[in-house]
Design a protein around this ligand. Structure first.
Ligand code: HEM
Length: 530
């Protein structure tokens, strides 16, 4: 009898999964063993599989597949990175590919089941109508002046100054996480957290815990983490406490916000959202605003620190790009901050060294909003680093109905589809033979005076595409360019001997740590010729 059952199982397994072109799949456990063997380089491994796929950009595989225990469709996953397929899923067939029940079930308590990244349908539409305009490019000037630049000047630079004076190495990934946290709490809640100066702040520790333990749920069977959550034990107990701390901060801010005079100017997101809860006659419950603020606090922290770390790491390892960036910043500062060493206003750049007084003028304050927006080469470098190291390396969607992808791949209803944003930038078929090279120039017009975005917008999907595109693309650009210009203008970064960066398994593509040495930058060597 058992032989017959096994025989039927193997035939069933072979018919459904035997012809899949992805990684090797085994009866019962699917491709999980291969995935576990490559867990330390999971995004590289996914890219290798995609490169080897016959359609150059899509493969299919399965996880645990045992009839009567789990539905085969739930264990079936399509993995893709082809721009045409991304567009199909994120835009053309957007309504067929929501985030899906597993994702929602796993993160409902973490994200708050009424926030923008959780909800769907009309409620989500209304939230986007409130949130997106508040974070539009044209409205970010106050965020830079009130939060980002003061954090750089008063908190980040003194730490880096001290390290460079005393030859102490710093972990830039950690500092950038504190930088991201301080900025996002200011921008979203109007609160000065100052975790750069006090990394053990309970709120900062709670944020760390939330990231670490929410991610762990992917590796525990559902019943186990749900059992642990019910009895508040182990990682789930800590997660619950940390969510409580975060919620208290948001609730306090909400109370303070409701006591502010309605006519007072508002320069933080919670206040701006609260003023707009009514859209087209619909009123949103305050829990939707609270949930959205929680999404923003969580999304706005690690994404920025992760991207800033890879960005600085790439520049540190490429002296040519490093020099071009500093040269561009100096060209802008010569225009905007007045006099050169002869005391005359610079209208034409000539090759000459600059004196200490001029250097001090350039480095007294972080760059202004207008100065940052003039940095074309720095922006190209940022796009290039996000192409190679997108902070959100993969996103997962769920197919409601059967579908056929543009390359002919059949996607069964009820299965998952994973979009590898990390792999898009590593496809020769998409970015050319030099796709693995760090080359900011690929984003510039021939005369290098402006950014030339690719015609196919889905070639660059670091911020997602279609209707659920990241709400904070411009805020991220501003924060990162401001931090990078401040750091690179003042210091030359070099790797700590023997230290190798590596990716950490997490929601984001964060580094385990990023240790660097800093030397004060000698700007006198930067002559500008025109
Ligand atoms: C380099 C930095 C960032 C990257 C690469 C990034 C990337 C992304 C991606 C790929 C998504 C889509 C996720 C999905 O649908 O599964 C997303 C959504 C989102 N992002 Fe970002 N993000 C960044 C920074 C930020 C920041 C700073 C904030 C907050 C201020 C933020 C807030 C959000 C929110 C709330 C959503 C959900 C939007 C929705 O579902 O309608 N992100 N982001």
């Amino acid at each position: 009898m058992s032989t017959i059952v096994l025989g039927v199982y193997f035939v069933w397994f072979w018919l459904l999964f035997g012809k899949l072109k992805g990684p090797k799949t085994w009866p019962l456990v699917g491709s999980i063993p291969e995935m576990l063997l490559n867990i330390g380089r999971i995004h590289e491994w996914t890219t290798d599989q995609l490169l080897a796929s016959p359609t150059l950009g899509t493969y299919q595989t399965c996880g645990i597949c045992i009839p009567f225990i789990n539905n085969w469709r739930r264990s079936f996953t399509t993995v893709t990175c082809h721009p045409k397929t991304l567009e199909h899923i994120l835009r053309t067939k957007f309504h067929n590919y929501p985030k899906g029940p597993t994702w929602q079930d796993t993160f409902a308590d973490v994200l708050g089941n009424q926030g923008i990244s959780y909800v769907t349908g009309e409620e989500w539409n209304l939230l986007r109508k409130i949130v997106v305009p508040v974070l539009a490019k044209s409205r970010l000037h106050p965020a830079l002046d009130r939060w980002v630049n003061p954090t750089i000047k008063n908190d980040l630079l003194p730490i880096l100054d001290k390290a460079s004076k005393h030859n102490i190495s710093v972990d830039l990934q950690k500092l950038m996480t504190c930088f991201g946290t301080d900025n996002i709490f200011g921008i979203a809640l109007g609160k000065k957290l100052k975790t750069l100066l006090n990394p053990d702040d309970p709120v900062a520790v709670a944020m760390d815990t939330i990231f670490k333990y929410a991610f762990r749920r992917f590796f525990y069977p559902d019943f186990l983490w749900k059992f642990m959550r019910f009895f508040s034990i182990g990682s789930e107990g800590s997660l619950k406490k940390s969510l409580h701390i975060l919620n208290n901060v948001i609730t306090e801010a909400q109370e303070e916000c409701s006591n502010i005079n309605k006519d007072e100017t508002c320069d933080y997101l919670l206040r701006a959202f609260t003023r707009k809860v009514q859209v087209n006659g619909h009123i949103l419950p305050s829990s939707a605003i609270t949930g959205t603020i929680r999404d923003i606090l969580l999304a706005g922290r690690d994404s920025v620190s992760t991207s800033a770390s890879w960005f600085l790491w790439l520049i540190m390892n490429d002296p040519r790009v490093d020099r071009k960036i500093v040269r561009e910043i100096i060209m802008i500062l010569r225009k905007t901050r007045g006099k050169d060493m002869n005391g005359s206003k610079v209208t034409n750049f000539i090759e000459k060294p600059c004196d200490q007084e001029t250097q001090d003028q350039w480095t007294e304050e972080p760059l202004s909003y207008e100065e940052i927006n003039s940095l074309v080469y720095l922006h190209a470098t940022l796009l290039e680093s996000l192409r190679l190291y997108p902070a959100v390396p993969r996103i997962v969607r769920y197919a409601i109905c059967d579908d056929i992808l543009p390359d002919g791949t059949y996607v069964p209803a009820g299965s998952d589809i994973m979009l590898s944003l990390y792999s898009v930038g590593r496809m020769k078929s998409v970015w050319g033979e030099d796709c693995l090279e760090f080359k900011p120039e690929r984003w510039l017009s021939a005369d290098e005076t402006r950014i030339d975005m690719p015609e196919d917008g889905y070639k660059y999907a670091a911020f997602n595409g279609g209707s659920r595109m990241c709400i904070a693309k411009y805020l991220t650009y501003l924060e990162m360019k401001s931090a990078a210009s401040a750091i690179l203008l003042r210091y030359k970064l070099s790797p700590v001997p023997g230290h190798q960066v590596s990716q950490q398994l997490s929601f984001t593509l964060s580094m385990k740590d990023f240790k660097v040495n800093l030397k004060p930058r000698d700007l006198s060597e930067f002559g500008i010729r025109r």
